[in-house]
Ligand binder design. Structure first.
Ligand SMILES: [Zn+2]
Ligand SMILES: [Zn+2]
Length: 400
């Protein structure tokens, strides 16, 4: 919207109307008309919005090659006291059809394996019966009665002592077109709307390695408009959380539970099922003891790179050691176990002079103020990057 401070054009038009006895009035009236044309033409409005009056003066001589636009406006600005709010039919000529933005939920499997998706959509297409004119047969629209074919109407607001502010608004009857089809002249199919809804089958391909929030654009598949390019259909991928894997860039992270005996004695088994359904078998080296939160990396078992799917990231596996429960402890020969396990710690040497033995109760470590120290991201990150000191860029892979 442009807000111009000048004598209202209408006021000018009245002053310089040819009926008034003034030798120059006729010319002035025409000039004013030209100014109005400049303001109401969307092309010149754009020039004005972007480059101001100078732009109009340089780049555009006026719709009818009439007087210099800058001079004309300068003349208007010379006056004072009236506020003119310009509210012309700026939006009456959209440049292209509406884009349809559609969020689309994807599983991590879809981004790993790629996926063809077919779906039915509804969109506006140019009416085939009237070819977008909205008219029946050769019927032509008639000038709008309400706005007298101008596309806008003027409302007058009192602003003080015999001073009136005037604002221009898009005509509500013809929506700024300045002309209107009579009811009986409208196309039967689209009812004068120029477009009709059509069901369309769309196909998108989710490529391997695509990411959360990535957009898949189907150019020109959106709503059509007569005399303007169609909009696009844009799918925005929304990655759903996965039960086994987390993704960071092209790397994957999986947490795997192993038993205490696996941690102490090692194992050789299928640790997890990958996103393409393969079992991933891991055999620990002889004598290797796995600590809680130890991490291994399986090179090339991460996500395929987008547009270069022969390359793959890495898969990090964090071990969570499950300790046996009290039932197990009650069922085993404790003395035999003690002989097998590393010895317990002796008392502190030298023994402190005073020793208390306060009572204790079990605490929920998650509620403790120190939980951040015990289970915080720092520990995780250490384990995460330990195995892979050359490639430290996985901060997003932390969990918990
Ligand atoms: Zn039609
Ligand atoms: Zn109208």
């Amino acid at each position: 919207m442009i807000c111009l401070e000048f004598h209202t054009t209408l006021q000018k038009a009245k002053e310089h109307h040819p009926n008034i006895n003034d030798p120059d009035a006729s010319t002035r009236f025409q000039e004013i008309g030209t100014a109005y044309e400049i303001l109401s033409d969307s092309q010149t409005r754009e020039i004005y919005d972007e480059h101001g009056l100078e732009g109009l003066a340089k780049g555009y001589g006026g719709p009818s090659g009439g007087p210099d636009a800058a001079d004309l406006f300068a003349g208007f600005f010379a006056g004072s006291g009236f506020s003119f709010m310009f509210d012309g039919p700026r939006t009456s000529r959209p440049r292209r059809g509406e884009d349809s933005v559609i969020p689309y939920d994807v599983a991590l499997e879809d981004l790993y394996n790629g996926k063809h998706v077919k779906m039915n959509m509804e969109k506006e297409i140019v009416c085939g019966v009237c070819r977008g004119s909205g008219a029946r047969g050769n019927a032509k629209p008639k000038p709008c009665i309400k706005c007298d074919g101008k596309g806008w109407t003027i409302t007058t607001t009192p602003m003080g002592h015999s001073v009136y502010g005037q604002s221009r608004a898009i005509c509500t009857e013809c929506q700024g077109a300045g002309e209107k089809l009579r009811e009986k002249d409208r196309c039967k199919k689209c009812k004068g709307k120029k477009t009709v809804k059509e069901k369309k089958r769309l196909e998108i391909f989710i490529e391997k390695g695509m990411t959360d929030q990535q957009r898949i654009v189907l150019t020109g598949e959106g709503d059509q408009l007569p005399d303007a390019p169609a909009g696009d259909v844009i799918f925005v991928l929304k990655l759903q959380p996965h039960s086994s894997f987390e993704r960071s860039g092209n790397d994957l992270l999986a947490k795997v539970k192993i038993t205490l005996s696996e941690a102490l004695l090692g194992f050789s088994r299928i640790l997890l099922t990958h996103l393409d359904g393969r079992g991933i078998e891991v055999t620990t080296p002889p004598g290797k003891i796995i600590q809680p939160k130890d991490t291994i990396v399986l090179r090339g078992e991460g996500m395929p790179h987008y547009k270069n799917q022969d390359l793959k990231g890495d898969l990090y596996v964090i071990f969570d050691v499950e300790f046996p429960d009290t039932n197990w402890a009650l069922s085993v020969d404790k003395e035999a176990l003690e002989r097998l396990l590393p010895p317990k710690r002796p008392d502190l040497e030298p023994r402190p002079a005073v020793v208390d033995a306060p009572e204790f109760e079990e605490a929920d470590s998650a509620d403790s103020a120190f939980s951040a120290f015990q289970f915080g991201a720092d520990d995780d990150e250490e384990a995460w990057t330990d195995e892979d000191s050359d490639d430290m860029n996985h901060p997003d892979c932390q969990t918990q």
